[in-house]
Design a protein around this ligand. Structure first.
Ligand SMILES: Cc1cc2nc3c(=O)[nH]c(=O)nc-3n(C[C@H](O)[C@H](O)[C@H](O)COP(=O)(O)OP(=O)(O)OC[C@H]3O[C@@H](n4cnc5c(N)ncnc54)[C@H](O)[C@@H]3O)c2cc1C
Ligand code: FES
Length: 262
């Protein structure tokens, strides 16, 4: 059973200086901003909304997982995929520019007795990096799948932050093989769980792989968010236990609790 602790209701806007914006691939960027308060308060599972401009266009911020923090330097990082207009605008930000960052959102990832296998596809890795850094003794394995060629810098960055990471490439260009599902045990011990985050196809592959133990497999969902604090019902997901808001009700969803079909 996963208990949730949302981000204490303290959500504020901060105008933050960009420390760095680093292209990890031509579709993925690592952005670090100076924001001492959020860097101090952020816990694994938290998200921030980053506004692509200081003006009113676009009105909504873009939600991203807090991928790393350095409380001593007062820095917070997100890792984002270039998807549409907002992330493309964001990608123009350079060192010294100012960005509006709102936070903190989201529920913390639970910390219990169980050992966790953290498995992600692509930019889904962002949500698990801080957990892996802070609670390494709880992590049984850290697995990331990426397309391959063109992802070398991404792999270097993730390996530097998560030295325990095993990286798999669809095209086998580098790393530990072409699929984490060849390595991941099909059955997990009583005291183990697997948490996953990634694109729909990745969740489905994980579901097939752990078909014998759906109760051990959990999804970190990234439904569309508008308010981020539970007010708009924009992120609601249908579960076996009723409708749940992804932003405040739960950080992880059991694989047999939600349907992956639209
Ligand atoms: C809790 C949460 C955490 C996330 N963490 C990350 C992360 O760490 N890294 C990352 O790359 N992406 C993450 N996403 C997805 C990311 O927010 C979207 O890819 C991004 O908002 C797309 O913005 P856009 O303007 O480029 O795309 P557009 O498609 O042009 O966006 C149009 C609108 O849809 C919203 N939107 C579009 N796609 C999504 C989506 N998948 N989820 C939520 N809103 C969306 C945007 O906020 C915007 O209002 C997360 C989403 C959620 C809900
Ligand atoms: S984003 Fe508004 S309720 Fe979750």
């Amino acid at each position: 059973m996963h208990e949730c602790s949302c981000s204490e209701g303290n959500i504020y806007d901060f105008i933050c200086e960009v420390v760095s914006s680093e292209a990890l691939t031509n579709k993925m960027t690592w952005l670090t901003v100076k924001c001492p308060e959020l860097a101090r308060r952020a816990r694994p599972g938290n998200c921030v909304m980053v506004f692509p401009s200081l003006g009113l266009d676009p009105i909504l911020g873009r939600p991203f997982a807090v991928a790393d923090v350095d409380p001593e330097k007062g820095e917070l990082s997100v890792c984002y995929a270039l998807v549409g207009r907002g992330t493309k605008m964001l990608d123009e930000a350079k060192r010294g520019d100012k960005l509006r960052v709102r936070g903190l959102f989201g529920t913390h990832l639970p910390v219990g007795e169980k050992k966790i296998h953290l498995a992600s596809g692509g930019v889904g890795v962002a949500i698990f990096l801080l957990y892996n850094k802070i609670y390494r003794d709880k992590v049984a394995g850290f697995y990331l799948g990426v397309p391959g060629k063109g992802y070398e810098r991404c792999a270097e960055k993730i390996s530097a932050l998560a030295p325990n990471a095993k990286i798999f490439c669809d095209d086998g260009a580098f790393g530990a093989g072409d699929s984490m599902f060849k390595i991941l045990p099909k059955e997990l011990g009583e005291n183990e769980e697997i948490w996953t985050c990634g694109p729909l196809g990745f969740f489905k592959a994980a579901q097939r792989h752990f078909a014998a133990q759906p109760e051990k497999l959990f999804f970190s969902l990234e439904n569309r968010m508008a308010c981020g604090y539970g007010g708009c019902m924009g992120c609601v997901v249908e579960t076996a236990n009723g409708l749940k808001r992804v932003c405040v009700d739960q950080s992880l969803f059991r694989s047999d609790e939600v349907s992956l079909d639209d």
